[in-house]
Write a protein that binds this ligand. Sequence first.
Ligand code: ADP
Ligand code: MG
Length: 550
Amino acid sequence: MTHAGDMPGGRPDEAAPAAIELRGISKAFGPVQANKDISLRVPKGTIHGIIGENGAGKSTLMSILYGFYKPDAGEILVNGTSLTVTDSQTAIRAGIGMVFQHFKLVQNFTVLENVILGAEDGPLLRPSLARARGVLKQLAAEYELNVDPDEVIEELSVGHQQRVEILKALYRQADILILDEPTGVLTPAEADHLFRILRGLKDEGKTIILITHKLREIMAITDNVSVMRRGEMVGSVQTAQTSPEELAELMVGRKVLLNVGKTPARPGAPVLEIRDLTLVDEDGVERLRGIDLDIRAGEILGIAGVSGNGQTQLLEILGGYPEKGSTVSGRLSLNGRELPLGGRGCDGAERRRQGIGHIPEDRQSEGLIMDFTAWENTAFGYHHAPECNRGPLMDNAAILADAEAKMERFDIRPRNAHLAARNFSGGNQQKIVVAREIERNPDLLLIGQPTRGVDIGAIEFIHRRIVELRDAGKAVLLVSVELDEILSLSDRIAVMFDGRIMGERLPGQTTTGELGLLMAGISDTENTPDSAGIPPETKHVEDLSPQGPA
Ligand code: ADP
Ligand code: MG
């Protein structure tokens, strides 16, 4: 077992008083040891990152601290005093607040009602509403946490809902704030705003624990960072003394290439031409508004954007299954041949026959049949292809042998082709889909969120396969909400907002700030000097991209 302090680089200041100290925390869920003998020390008044891959045990550890789970063993000290956290009320009384990965707000209540909910109740509700209004106003002014107290939650953007969660914790006078993967749902600008808020809270002497799997965020904002791997605490270090590469290696347990080494693209003729593509959905809402794009052979075109701006509809039309009840117009052509936008000949199987591979955004509902085995899933969508058939029958032996070879090549674990898809982890499920689609060697590969919920090690692998396909002269359309992924993979970037292409950029000649503005619907002409400012802490994103800063 490893302990904090085994890591190279400087340790967090051991002399500083600790806001939180965990000693030997263990927790099992049935056979899964989610936390193994975890020790952690969070100095008061610091921002402390906890980083680790999916399933490393981060949320479990924080849920124990917040009284959601009872540990099997171990001790919790808050401000130096041992505390038995039996429920979240105990945690709140000890000054701990938590902002969950999935917000726990009541959707049809107002901001104000949500903030006081659970903090006071009964006949005291009315006077406390008035008081809460005052406190909210003050908190908003102090920390840039502006939200209209009378707005109903469901009317608020995700970023604003998150502010309400933070306000809720501060209203309960939290001194220690835990945020579990807070930026997964935010635009870059919202994430920057959140970081400003967190710095403000730190300046006030509060202690922040930030859980994330994003190395960039850890480097940008934390004072110290602790790394978890497979339920264990691998170590803790001062952020200034470490690097993204070192942290990635600690998370995964081996060296990881954070960026695919790739040579400049040598684009050829357009493979897919999209002209004036428009989609009006069932409710009469225009989801795509006149999309014009070319994707060339030997090129990865990345589509950046906050999710929900039409990317899903675009992928669905290209994949041959436009949303039910929608009306599509415009023109698509693949290698100079017109593709139908609806009716006969517009379906997924036909598109695959034409040479369009598709790794869908939602692998569980569209990419895989979860109850079918891995080997069956490796042929899913291609079961009419000649190599999957012998005479009128499917050649199961051939498909199985091919599946096993794919599992070997893509290092899909466990290496059992007879296991149902649902029994693989998210990363391995994704590898099954990627293996199936890439190895068909399509002329055009459509990819939606290829690494969502996928571990760093598998991300590296998937990215390498995508670049290899490009280098083989194929066209790739990559849709991702992860700007880092777009920047490191794309040869050209188009930004989508509200069903439109807001602009195109070359990765080496743009910044996350500029892309972020386009993602928020602010085009070059409306660009104000104020909104263009990117805090220097987020700048090194560009350092992580292969082309480096512009
Ligand atoms: P992280 O937040 O680092 O992604 P989690 O703490 O959510 O990881 O999960 C750690 C491990 O514990 C995973 O294998 C997960 O499947 C398992 N786990 C988490 N919560 C539960 C639960 N309530 N019941 C059973 N298993 C769980
Ligand atoms: Mg988690």
